[in-house]
Design a protein around this ligand. Sequence first.
Ligand SMILES: [Zn+2]
Length: 244
Amino acid sequence: MNWQKWIKEWRTAAMAAGFEVEVIAEKGGYEILGCTKGEGPCVYLSSGIHGDEPAGPQALLRLLEEGFFSNDYRWLIAPALNPVGLSLGIRENGEGIDLNRDYLSKETDEVRAHIKWLQRQATPEMFLSLHEDWESSGIYYYEINRGVKGASYEEMLAAAAPYFAPEPEMIIDDHEVTKAGWIYHVDEPDIPEGWPEAIYLAKQGCRLSLTLETPSSQELETRICCHIAMVKKAISSFALRTLV
Ligand SMILES: [Zn+2]
């Protein structure tokens, strides 16, 4: 995958869809883009923070190209937060740092620039982050929820069902599942100094955060389709609540 070309493609599609496209940082010759559009409840989507997880960025690009992002919301999208990692196919950035543990210490250029960009935006009411997992065989997701009625577990799993069964393990990444494929997470980090993006967002007042994880060992196309289906379900359930 040529991520240089991909970022150009994203930029063109985003502008055609009415997004404002900003370069939030340049790293290793790659632009890190932040895109905004619309008025209404604020929904933030991010992907590509781990460079060995390509399905998330691809899913967001397809949603963009099919005109999914309507004007009823304030959309914030960071489609490829770790382009150097994506181009190398590695989880970390070019300096070997996991960006998704850097939201407290802010050691990396990528995360510092990303936080600056986020600080200029409205606080999202919902955050969706698209990830993948090399160790799982099914899909699962993390939910941080401070009293918001979003998509239910049953709805999320039904959206994913045409593509993947829920991950059967009862302990995933050291977390006990609430139900198969669902980790209901407190709004505190697992490692006190290793904040991921979702914890940063929660600390900024975002009350609903879903981190979607597809199994990397399975076919890329199926993973992309599964992400698309889960994003659509999360947003349509959120719409039922906010746009009545
Ligand atoms: Zn990840």
